[in-house]
Design a protein around this ligand. Sequence first.
Ligand SMILES: C[S@@+](CC[C@H](N)C(=O)[O-])C[C@H]1O[C@@H](n2cnc3c(N)ncnc32)[C@H](O)[C@@H]1O
Length: 341
Amino acid sequence: MDIFTKLSETTDYSMRELQGIVTAWVLSGAFDRGKVSSSDGHVEEQDYTKQSVYSLLYALYRSVGTVRSDTGVPYEFTFNTWGYDWPTSWGPAPTSADDPQRFGRNAYSGLYHFDAIRELVRTRNGRVHIVEMGCGTGAGADHVCTSVLPSCTYEAVDMQLAGVKTARRKFVPKHRGRLVATHADATKLPIDDGVADIVAVCETHVTDQGDHMTEEDRKFFRTAKRILKPGGFLTWGNAIPDKAWQPSFDFMESIGIEIVEVADVNEEGVRARHLDQARIQAYCDQALAKFPAFRIPVYGPRKKSEAELAMKNFARDPGTRLFEDMRTRADTYKVVLARKR
Ligand SMILES: C[S@@+](CC[C@H](N)C(=O)[O-])C[C@H]1O[C@@H](n2cnc3c(N)ncnc32)[C@H](O)[C@@H]1O
């Protein structure tokens, strides 16, 4: 069983199924050397698919359920977001220091920190319609509907059924019709043209291939443009290869999306990863303890340490490859405001 490529984005695996998958993966340790670098958790691009990895992560987050943060605060892991420490130049932080998922919340609040968005929201008395492309579990959508834009309507879209089901279970009911969670590939959205005042993109796994854009990347931005109203905003935050930003901007400009403002929050992103390190360790400890397969002699402990390193690398934890990429600015975290002409 190859957990990095074989799971499906259209399946929401139960805990029982996850136990079987993890056991098969542990036993496969008898035949393979593993895909996770033992020095820094790196997994080569061609060795995983986002369809498989996020399917596993969202099923894991749901199955593990409530855990305790490093400081003892109970929470369910739902923000699949690196996020950043709130930049001091943006004013008071919108989150408190004891919130285990504050950096993810900051990343979502930060999408709306731009004056131009504030002005649009003011003129519309807060009644703006947002479409989010790549919403994960909908944790950010919930945060925005609750604390950032309490009069907005919001359609949150992700290709992962497990994430969308978490959104429908945990967040959609409390917003009484204002929040809708849609299972779809953002490049083929079942959403009409020109409906969104704002398209939000938070750490969606696109434009991360370096200096070239993929066909998926191009379709992604064309879709964002299609569903935006004329003059509508695209607000986009992510840490991607530094050399991927300009080709993305050039492409967006070429299809009629103009770049309005770019904020670099990389330093704050690196700081967040340091501040989040103890929580990520606490999460790995509690999540991996739920899988008896990791206690199988010889292969169990080996695969457990592989799983822990991979989880930490996907979280850009200090010491991992993805953390180093951000620290050295090979990857940079930026928050971008763009506008459909
Ligand atoms: C790093 S996660 C971030 C999730 C969420 N925005 C958050 O911050 O918690 C990246 C997400 O992008 C989604 N994604 C990537 N490509 C997508 C696409 N073409 N259509 C829909 N979702 C996509 C993945 O399924 C995954 O849930």
